[in-house]
Design a protein around this ligand. Structure first.
Ligand SMILES: [Zn+2]
Length: 89
């Protein structure tokens, strides 16, 4: 009993061949060399109000926007990230 009508195209990706996005905070090790802060991120939700002028529905809507923060230092991930946007009806 599978409903495939609402599923999009499935793409298989070998994640071992994909590069991970790292936090761009620069950390220095004991010898003064640069080291990566971290590549794990915590998701948080930011609420945005879209005014009627820009809203696709023609009336003001609130949308939760998923944003990600470095698990190590807490810095917001800005680069290489397309925010996932969900529209609440
Ligand atoms: Zn970090």
């Amino acid at each position: 009993m599978q409903n495939n009508q609402q599923q999009g195209q499935t793409i298989q990706v070998d994640l071992t061949k994909c590069e991970s996005i790292a936090c761009d905070t620069v950390l220095l090790d004991e010898k003064g060399g640069k080291k990566i802060c971290g590549s794990l991120f915590k998701p948080k939700v930011e609420m945005k109000i879209v005014s009627a002028i820009y809203s696709p529905t023609g009336s003001e809507i609130t949308i939760p926007v998923m944003t990600f923060f470095c698990e190590n230092c807490g810095k917001r991930l800005e680069s290489g990230n397309t925010p996932m946007i969900y529209i609440m009806k």
